[in-house]
Design a protein around this ligand. Structure first.
Ligand SMILES: Cc1cc2nc3c(=O)[nH]c(=O)nc-3n(C[C@H](O)[C@H](O)[C@H](O)COP(=O)(O)OP(=O)(O)OC[C@H]3O[C@@H](n4cnc5c(N)ncnc54)[C@H](O)[C@@H]3O)c2cc1C
Length: 406
């Protein structure tokens, strides 16, 4: 990649130039910028808000990480490498980014779809077995013996994975941006990108504040991607509102040394599902959420308020009777956005009409755990190395086989 000069003065306006410009500094963009800077690439990151913030897909205090990626074998190298990277970043910065709590994936003998995969529980068990990752498959009585907090029907089965746990998303983003800046990357906050176009052999990025040029651009704008990519890519992406709810719980019984992160598929449909976290930091609250794919939305039009009636409905449908002793009086709630592809997988590829622009959408509800390694792989890929991202390429959505987006 050609290295450009340190800045041009054009018509009295300073034009910043770089080898790579990263658009969006959420989970994926902050990781990409950090790894570019680490490799000595001259990089600029731009975000329309002040990350970490609560307007995209990366807020709400916690994310589950698990190697039990029933989403597919292709995600195993990413999540394993991410665990190493989070630990390395913790050592560099003395921040706690990941807390190992163990994780339960609860289902039953009835195959249940999740994240676009049929029979998610058995897929996850198969993946852990194939990759030699320690795990146990527990029958209902054993789940109840180990985790008396859970109200079980008696027909459950669960995959218990000791390596699963919690990531702290806001801290992960903040630390990666700090490290990127310390290594020489430029971070431009509260500056909206308004256009991206080819210029010579490179790319010009237009923002509210001016123009920048680079050899390559990484577009990691999360739920804003559909409005920034070409129409053929945009039609693969749907944005859905999700909501997070914090309910009161005994801080000891539900503390992270006694209670794991969990995903619970308790019925036959994909929405008979919720997941949750232990009570973190001695707080007497646990966070739970479900997933909904009813109506597509956008960051501009989404309702960010979460009415008490919505929390009450989540409690009644999912929590009541399943998490013993957890109270129904919600203490806090937040809305967040999923960006979903037709197969619920990642989308990482060059933009069809702008080959120097790489689009990275790692959401579909399971992206955070992979984001550290994804950023590293994207940084390597724009520098011309590595083919780890082929499973996430656009080519799999061939015109004739394009499934209906959820
Ligand atoms: C409720 C919820 C729960 C989840 N739970 C889990 C979980 O337990 N485990 C897990 O692994 N994953 C989980 N995920 C998924 C994971 O959080 C996402 O995959 C990940 O955060 C997506 O990051 P991103 O960088 O793609 O998007 P974002 O973090 O939203 O970043 C996009 C950035 O682009 C910026 N931007 C947008 N447009 C512009 C523009 N025009 N100019 C400049 N900047 C722009 C935005 O300001 C934003 O900062 C969850 C997601 C949600 C919403």
């Amino acid at each position: 990649m050609a290295r450009s000069g340190s800045g041009l003065i054009a018509l009295g306006i300073e034009m910043q130039t770089a080898d790579v410009i990263v658009l969006g500094l959420g989970a994926v963009g902050s990781a990409t910028l950090y790894h570019l800077a680490k490799q000595g690439v001259r990089a600029i990151g731009i975000d329309r808000h002040d990350p970490p913030h609560n307007l995209g897909s990366s807020h709400g205090e916690s994310r589950i990480t698990r190697l039990a990626v029933g989403e597919g074998d292709a995600y195993i190298p990413l999540v394993r490498r991410s665990h190493d990277l989070w630990r390395m970043l913790e050592a560099e910065t003395r921040e706690t980014l990941m807390l190992q709590t163990g994780g339960l994936l609860i289902g039953s003998e009835v195959p249940t779809p999740h994240h676009g995969r049929e029979d998610f529980l058995n897929r996850a068990i198969g993946i852990l077995s194939r990759h030699g990752i320690p795990h146990e498959v527990l029958a209902s009585a054993e789940i109840g013996r180990r985790f008396p907090q859970l109200g079980l029907r008696g027909d459950e089965r669960a995959l218990y994975e000791p390596s699963a746990g919690v990531l702290f998303p806001e801290r992960c983003i903040a630390v990666q941006l700090q490290r990127a800046q310390a290594l020489g990357a430029v971070v431009r906050r509260n500056e909206r990108v308004t256009g991206v176009r080819r210029i010579g052999s490179g790319v010009e990025v237009e923002t509210e504040c001016g123009r920048l040029q680079a050899g390559r651009v990484v577009m990691a704008t999360g739920p804003w991607l559909p409005q920034m990519v070409d129409p053929s890519t945009a039609r693969l992406l749907r944005v859905y509102r999700q909501s997070l709810h914090w309910f009161p719980a005994d801080p000891v019984a539900y503390g992270p040394d006694r209670f794991p992160v969990f995903l619970w598929m308790h019925g036959a449909s994909e929405e008979d599902y919720f997941y949750g976290f232990p009570a973190l930091g001695g707080s007497g609250v646990i966070k739970v959420a479900s997933e909904r794919y009813a109506d597509a939305t956008s960051p501009e039009t989404v309702s960010r308020d979460v009415p008490a009636s919505e929390s009450a409905a989540i409690f009644a449908r999912h929590v009541a009777g399943r998490l013993r002793g957890v109270g129904g009086d919600v203490t806090r709630a937040a809305a967040c956005l999923y960006t979903v592809t037709p197969d619920s997988g990642f989308l990482v590829d060059r933009m069809p009409d702008l080959e120097n622009v790489m689009v990275v959408s790692a959401c579909s509800g399971h992206g955070f755990k992979h984001s550290a390694a994804l950023g590293e792989a994207v940084a390597a890929s724009v520098a011309g190395a590595g083919d780890d991202l082929i499973p996430f390429a656009l080519g799999r959505f061939a015109e004739q086989s394009l499934p209906q987006t959820k």
